[in-house]
Design a protein around this ligand. Structure first.
Ligand code: 5GP
Length: 190
Protein backbone atom coordinates (compact mmCIF):
# COMPACT_ATOMS: atom_id res chain seq x y z
CA UNK A 1 0.00 0.00 0.00
CA UNK A 2 1.90 2.99 -1.35
CA UNK A 3 0.55 5.70 1.02
CA UNK A 4 1.63 3.57 3.99
CA UNK A 5 5.06 2.80 2.51
CA UNK A 6 5.61 6.53 1.94
CA UNK A 7 4.57 7.38 5.50
CA UNK A 8 6.90 4.74 6.94
CA UNK A 9 9.78 5.97 4.76
CA UNK A 10 9.22 9.60 5.71
CA UNK A 11 8.17 9.38 9.36
CA UNK A 12 9.21 5.94 10.64
CA UNK A 13 12.27 5.80 12.87
CA UNK A 14 14.45 2.70 12.87
CA UNK A 15 15.34 2.15 16.54
CA UNK A 16 17.35 -1.02 15.91
CA UNK A 17 17.60 -3.89 13.41
CA UNK A 18 14.46 -5.27 15.08
CA UNK A 19 12.27 -2.30 16.03
CA UNK A 20 10.53 0.35 13.95
CA UNK A 21 9.03 3.36 15.72
CA UNK A 22 5.90 4.78 14.14
CA UNK A 23 4.72 7.09 16.90
CA UNK A 24 4.07 9.88 14.41
CA UNK A 25 1.07 8.20 12.77
CA UNK A 26 0.09 4.90 14.43
CA UNK A 27 1.36 4.22 17.95
CA UNK A 28 1.00 7.58 19.69
CA UNK A 29 -0.12 10.34 17.36
CA UNK A 30 -2.62 8.93 14.85
CA UNK A 31 -3.11 10.02 11.24
CA UNK A 32 -6.88 9.64 10.75
CA UNK A 33 -6.82 9.94 6.96
CA UNK A 34 -4.16 7.24 6.67
CA UNK A 35 -6.13 5.07 9.13
CA UNK A 36 -9.19 5.50 6.92
CA UNK A 37 -7.22 4.41 3.85
CA UNK A 38 -5.87 1.42 5.80
CA UNK A 39 -9.37 0.47 6.96
CA UNK A 40 -10.71 0.76 3.41
CA UNK A 41 -7.92 -1.49 2.11
CA UNK A 42 -8.57 -4.20 4.73
CA UNK A 43 -12.30 -3.97 3.95
CA UNK A 44 -11.59 -4.32 0.22
CA UNK A 45 -9.36 -7.37 0.71
CA UNK A 46 -11.85 -9.14 3.02
CA UNK A 47 -15.05 -7.90 1.34
CA UNK A 48 -16.21 -11.40 0.35
CA UNK A 49 -15.10 -13.22 3.49
CA UNK A 50 -18.40 -12.96 5.37
CA UNK A 51 -16.87 -11.06 8.29
CA UNK A 52 -19.23 -10.49 11.25
CA UNK A 53 -16.72 -9.17 13.82
CA UNK A 54 -13.28 -7.59 13.89
CA UNK A 55 -10.99 -8.49 16.78
CA UNK A 56 -7.94 -6.47 17.75
CA UNK A 57 -5.86 -5.79 20.85
CA UNK A 58 -5.64 -2.54 22.79
CA UNK A 59 -4.38 0.08 22.20
CA UNK A 60 -2.67 0.48 18.83
CA UNK A 61 -4.81 -1.96 16.88
CA UNK A 62 -7.99 -0.04 17.64
CA UNK A 63 -7.64 2.82 15.14
CA UNK A 64 -7.13 0.69 12.00
CA UNK A 65 -9.66 -1.89 13.26
CA UNK A 66 -12.39 0.72 13.78
CA UNK A 67 -11.82 2.12 10.30
CA UNK A 68 -12.11 -1.35 8.77
CA UNK A 69 -15.21 -2.04 10.88
CA UNK A 70 -16.79 1.17 9.70
CA UNK A 71 -16.30 0.21 6.06
CA UNK A 72 -17.35 -3.44 6.54
CA UNK A 73 -20.28 -2.44 8.75
CA UNK A 74 -19.35 -4.79 11.61
CA UNK A 75 -18.54 -4.32 15.33
CA UNK A 76 -14.96 -4.14 16.56
CA UNK A 77 -13.87 -5.93 19.73
CA UNK A 78 -10.56 -5.04 21.34
CA UNK A 79 -9.00 -7.61 23.65
CA UNK A 80 -8.33 -5.95 26.99
CA UNK A 81 -4.99 -6.18 28.70
CA UNK A 82 -6.09 -5.24 32.20
CA UNK A 83 -8.71 -6.72 34.46
CA UNK A 84 -11.67 -4.41 34.88
CA UNK A 85 -14.36 -4.47 37.54
CA UNK A 86 -16.91 -4.01 34.77
CA UNK A 87 -15.86 -7.28 33.10
CA UNK A 88 -17.56 -9.62 35.51
CA UNK A 89 -18.42 -12.67 33.39
CA UNK A 90 -16.22 -15.67 32.62
CA UNK A 91 -13.73 -14.20 30.20
CA UNK A 92 -11.98 -15.86 27.28
CA UNK A 93 -8.30 -15.34 28.10
CA UNK A 94 -4.90 -16.01 26.56
CA UNK A 95 -1.42 -15.11 27.62
CA UNK A 96 0.81 -13.04 25.35
CA UNK A 97 4.48 -12.19 25.52
CA UNK A 98 4.95 -8.58 24.48
CA UNK A 99 7.69 -8.03 21.91
CA UNK A 100 8.17 -4.36 22.77
CA UNK A 101 7.67 -4.55 26.55
CA UNK A 102 9.34 -7.97 27.00
CA UNK A 103 6.76 -8.98 29.59
CA UNK A 104 4.12 -11.70 29.73
CA UNK A 105 0.54 -10.56 30.18
CA UNK A 106 -2.98 -11.82 29.66
CA UNK A 107 -5.55 -10.51 27.23
CA UNK A 108 -9.26 -11.07 27.58
CA UNK A 109 -12.51 -10.85 25.62
CA UNK A 110 -16.01 -11.30 26.98
CA UNK A 111 -17.87 -14.27 25.47
CA UNK A 112 -20.92 -11.97 25.30
CA UNK A 113 -19.39 -10.35 22.23
CA UNK A 114 -17.92 -13.35 20.41
CA UNK A 115 -19.51 -16.73 19.73
CA UNK A 116 -19.71 -19.67 17.31
CA UNK A 117 -21.88 -17.71 14.85
CA UNK A 118 -19.06 -15.23 14.20
CA UNK A 119 -16.60 -15.04 11.32
CA UNK A 120 -13.68 -12.95 12.52
CA UNK A 121 -11.08 -10.71 10.96
CA UNK A 122 -8.12 -10.09 13.27
CA UNK A 123 -6.42 -6.72 12.83
CA UNK A 124 -3.22 -5.54 14.49
CA UNK A 125 -0.72 -2.74 14.05
CA UNK A 126 2.44 -4.91 13.86
CA UNK A 127 3.26 -8.54 13.23
CA UNK A 128 6.64 -9.50 14.67
CA UNK A 129 6.94 -12.95 16.29
CA UNK A 130 3.19 -13.44 16.16
CA UNK A 131 2.52 -13.74 19.89
CA UNK A 132 -0.29 -11.17 19.88
CA UNK A 133 -1.91 -12.80 16.83
CA UNK A 134 -1.63 -16.29 18.34
CA UNK A 135 -3.25 -15.09 21.58
CA UNK A 136 -6.17 -13.61 19.63
CA UNK A 137 -6.50 -16.82 17.58
CA UNK A 138 -6.63 -18.82 20.83
CA UNK A 139 -9.46 -16.63 22.12
CA UNK A 140 -11.35 -16.92 18.82
CA UNK A 141 -10.98 -20.72 18.99
CA UNK A 142 -12.20 -20.75 22.60
CA UNK A 143 -15.30 -18.84 21.45
CA UNK A 144 -15.86 -21.41 18.70
CA UNK A 145 -15.81 -18.62 16.11
CA UNK A 146 -14.38 -18.95 12.60
CA UNK A 147 -11.22 -17.05 11.67
CA UNK A 148 -11.36 -15.56 8.16
CA UNK A 149 -7.86 -14.12 8.30
CA UNK A 150 -5.54 -11.50 9.72
CA UNK A 151 -5.04 -7.93 8.56
CA UNK A 152 -1.70 -6.46 9.61
CA UNK A 153 -0.67 -2.84 9.12
CA UNK A 154 3.11 -3.43 9.32
CA UNK A 155 4.61 -6.90 9.05
CA UNK A 156 8.28 -7.40 9.88
CA UNK A 157 8.76 -10.33 7.55
CA UNK A 158 12.23 -11.12 8.87
CA UNK A 159 10.75 -12.19 12.22
CA UNK A 160 8.93 -15.48 12.65
CA UNK A 161 5.26 -14.49 13.02
CA UNK A 162 4.26 -14.47 9.36
CA UNK A 163 5.90 -17.80 8.53
CA UNK A 164 4.17 -19.47 11.47
CA UNK A 165 0.74 -18.12 10.50
CA UNK A 166 1.34 -19.23 6.89
CA UNK A 167 2.32 -22.71 8.09
CA UNK A 168 -0.89 -22.88 10.14
CA UNK A 169 -2.84 -22.13 6.96
CA UNK A 170 -4.22 -18.75 7.93
CA UNK A 171 -4.81 -15.98 5.42
CA UNK A 172 -2.58 -12.99 6.26
CA UNK A 173 -2.95 -9.64 4.50
CA UNK A 174 -0.17 -7.20 5.45
CA UNK A 175 -0.30 -3.68 4.02
CA UNK A 176 3.43 -3.08 4.46
CA UNK A 177 5.93 -5.95 4.51
CA UNK A 178 9.28 -4.91 5.92
CA UNK A 179 12.06 -7.14 4.69
CA UNK A 180 14.82 -5.53 6.74
CA UNK A 181 15.65 -2.69 9.13
CA UNK A 182 19.41 -3.20 8.77
CA UNK A 183 21.70 -0.16 8.84
CA UNK A 184 18.85 2.12 9.87
CA UNK A 185 17.08 1.69 6.52
CA UNK A 186 13.58 0.34 5.97
CA UNK A 187 13.50 -2.10 3.04
CA UNK A 188 10.13 -3.38 1.83
CA UNK A 189 9.40 -6.79 0.29
CA UNK A 190 7.67 -5.44 -2.82
P1 5GP B 1 4.32 -10.02 18.09
O1 5GP B 1 3.30 -10.40 19.10
O2 5GP B 1 3.91 -10.33 16.67
O3 5GP B 1 5.68 -10.51 18.42
O4 5GP B 1 4.45 -8.45 18.18
C1 5GP B 1 3.34 -7.67 17.81
C2 5GP B 1 3.06 -6.61 18.82
O5 5GP B 1 4.25 -6.04 19.34
C3 5GP B 1 2.30 -5.50 18.13
O6 5GP B 1 0.97 -5.50 18.60
C4 5GP B 1 3.02 -4.24 18.48
O7 5GP B 1 2.33 -3.58 19.51
C5 5GP B 1 4.35 -4.66 19.04
N1 5GP B 1 5.49 -4.52 18.09
C6 5GP B 1 6.22 -5.53 17.55
N2 5GP B 1 7.23 -5.07 16.82
C7 5GP B 1 7.13 -3.72 16.84
C8 5GP B 1 7.90 -2.67 16.25
O8 5GP B 1 8.90 -2.87 15.53
N3 5GP B 1 7.49 -1.41 16.50
C9 5GP B 1 6.40 -1.13 17.27
N4 5GP B 1 6.08 0.16 17.45
N5 5GP B 1 5.65 -2.09 17.87
C10 5GP B 1 6.01 -3.38 17.64
Amino acid sequence: MEALHKKIREEGIVLSDQVLKVDAFLNHQIDPLLMQQIGDEFARRFADAGITKIVTIEASGIAPAVMAGLRLGVPVIFARKHQSLTLTENLLVASVYSFTKQTESTVAISPRHLNSNDTVLVIDDFLANGKASQALISIINQAGAKLAGLGIVIEKSFQGGRAELDAQGYRVESLARVQSLANGVVTFME
